[in-house]
Design a protein around this ligand. Structure first.
Ligand code: ATP
Ligand code: MG
Ligand code: MG
Length: 555
């Protein structure tokens, strides 16, 4: 299916830049404004795909702007990570990288301008009083400071800036409409006092603009034509427009909202993701179970699979919760085309081919990718002693079991020979330690010389003498609950206690010895795997299962 090429945002923009439109003949200019207080997650990907993708579609520009006007949790560490993640996805902002905090002087100047026009006043209500005054009824009370003389507000605002007052003592509020049905228009706060040092401005400021005030100013100063944002800003749009209209700004950007992305079995909120990290529920922001970009990357997700996902979920105005299975589907689709095929045995048990001469070995030829003949073939060693998956043998078969059991059906060792199980060896506790089989020397390559039907399964294997050890990490949903993000749930109680399974002593083909992240492999019958970019070292290979082979996603 082709990625959706035109959505409702595109339709608005076409109108805006067309004849008689608000931006007739102008270059479309968007921006992506992440707050550097955490790592980007797949929800941000949706937003940035829309921001950068829309600009691309119209031959326009997209700025990257750090929305760092709140000093509380922001950090330079996140700024670098955000840039890396966006580049990794393949988007580029060129030289249009900005910080919201670079506009603090301008924000201040605009606020003074509003006070002078009688459109803002210094208020002394505490946050609690403010809530109460603003009310939840149709007739909110007036702040006793609403009609404070302009000169007095100007003086107090300057002294707020100079650090003469403690936090919470004063705020600057817009004078808009106390009777508005939209609470955001009931004299919203524009500035508050905060003495925390800012990650870039240090202690230069102790008053900070609110997002709803700073954001439209930033957009207008950067010449943004279309300010695309998620739906929770819809009822902030009247305030956005009020700020642009009443401040002294060079342009009037248009805000357009789209639905946030939700994915089942996970949470998409930096606050909650941070909590998982801080409480040690995961190994870090880049834990392969995290829906962060760095987590998905470490898990083995490719930029192409994520961009495909974002394009195919579409852009709609109504809330959309997408199945995690669809994200996996997009990855599987990509890796199926590109991943090198190989064999690995993750729960190994010995297989001895009793009629194969001791000390002898040979090589057999297998394809690297049946979907891509150009990927070629490789030679793998075969001998009397092999490793197979322990669940490919059962001493007593269950109904329909087509793999190895004593006197069971003939099975095919992938790319090598046909074998028939003859028995097994057990230890003193009765556990099977070795499977015994005989091979048909006339079936080299895997097909019988006389053309007889092979009734058993094709199983994967590795040669014991040449195999190398590896650690393999299998993942399941981080949350057992389908909707851990729901308002009435404690997401920490929804965690899946079995989301990580670590297997050691796994046996892989020796060709993997030199593999390095971010290479992806299909382990035959087991799924797609990648090397763990943090923990895998030569001599200690660690593989993450990116996604299993079986597609649970129903189209
Ligand atoms: P969080 O709640 O995770 O902190 P946020 O919206 O506060 O998210 P920002 O860094 O401000 O995080 O987000 C940057 C942009 O990404 C915003 O424009 C926001 O609308 C958008 N965004 C964030 N989460 C999602 C999501 N789940 N789906 C779509 N867009 C999102
Ligand atoms: Mg935000
Ligand atoms: Mg946030």
């Amino acid at each position: 299916e082709a990625p959706e090429s035109r959505n409702f945002i595109h339709a608005f923009i076409e109108e805006d830049i067309g004849p008689g439109g608000q931006f007739e003949g102008m270059t479309v200019h968007t921006r992506f404004p992440p707050e550097p207080n955490g790592y980007l997650h797949i929800g941000h990907c949706k937003a940035l795909t829309i921001d950068f993708g829309t600009a691309e579609k119209f031959g326009g520009l997209c700025n990257l702007r750090m929305d760092d006007t709140n000093p509380t949790k922001e950090d330079e560490e996140f700024v670098d990570a955000i840039q890396q993640d966006i580049h990794w996805l393949g988007f580029d902002w060129g030289d249009r990288f900005f910080y919201g905090s670079d506009y603090f002087d301008e924000d201040y100047r605009q606020a003074v301008g509003l006070i002078k026009k009688g459109l803002a006043y210094v208020c002394e209500l505490t946050p609690e009083q403010f809530k109460e005054y603003r009310g939840d009824t149709t007739t909110p009370a007036r702040s006793p400071w609403r009609d404070r003389p302009i000169e007095e507000s100007l003086d107090l605002f300057e002294r707020m800036k100079n650090g003469e007052f403690p936090e919470g003592k004063y705020t600057l509020r817009a004078k808009i409409d106390l009777a508005s049905g939209n609470f955001n228009m009931r004299d919203p706060v524009l500035y508050r006092i905060n003495y925390l040092p800012h990650h870039r401005q240090g202690n230069k400021w102790c008053i900070y603009p609110m997002y709803d005030f700073a954001h439209p100013i930033q957009d207008a100063l950067e010449g943004i034509t279309h300010s695309l944002c998620s739906l929770e800003f819809e009822n902030h749009r009247p305030l956005y427009n009020w700020v642009v209209e009443h401040c002294d700004l060079p342009s009037h950007p248009r805000q357009i909202e789209f639905a946030r992305l939700g994915i089942d079995h996970t949470v998409l909120s930096k606050r909650k993701l941070r909590k998982l990290v801080e409480e040690g529920r995961v190994s870090g922001w880049d834990d392969p179970r995290m829906p962060t970009l760095c987590g998905l990357r470490r898990r083995g997700y490719t930029p192409r699979s994520i961009r495909n996902f974002c394009e195919r979920i579409g852009v709609a105005k109504s809330a959309n919760v997408v199945e995690y299975g669809f994200l996996e589907h997009c990855l599987r689709e990509d890796l199926n085309e590109t991943a090198q095929r190989t064999m690995a045995v993750i729960r190994p048990i010995r297989l001895t081919i009793t009629n194969y001469p001791e000390g002898k070995s040979e090589t057999v030829t297998v394809e690297n990718n049946p979907l891509d003949p150009a990927a070629g073939t490789r030679e793998i060693a075969f001998s009397r002693n092999l490793w197979i998956e322990s669940d490919d043998f059962l001493e007593t078969p269950v109904p329909k079991y087509k793999r190895l059991y004593p006197n069971g059906p003939e099975c095919r060792l992938k790319g090598a020979y046909l074998i028939r199980c003859t028995g097994c060896v057990k230890d003193e506790n009765g556990s099977v330690t070795e499977v015994l089989a005989e091979y048909d020397p006339e079936s080299r390559g895997g097909d019988p010389a006389d053309g007889r039907k092979v009734r058993g399964a094709t199983i994967h294997w590795v040669d014991a003498a040449t195999a190398i050890d590896a650690e393999v990490r299998l993942y399941d949903n981080l949350f057992t609950d389908a909707d851990p993000d729901a308002a009435d749930k404690n997401f920490l109680e929804c965690l899946n206690p079995n989301s990580l399974e670590v297997l050691t002593g796994c046996k892989v083909e020796p060709s993997l010895a030199d593999a390095a992240a971010p290479a992806s492999f299909q382990f035959m019958r087991l799924g797609y795997f990648c090397l763990d970019s943090k923990d895998s070292k030569p001599g200690h290979l660690v593989f993450n299962r990116s996604v299993s082979l079986k597609d649970s996603f129903k189209k």
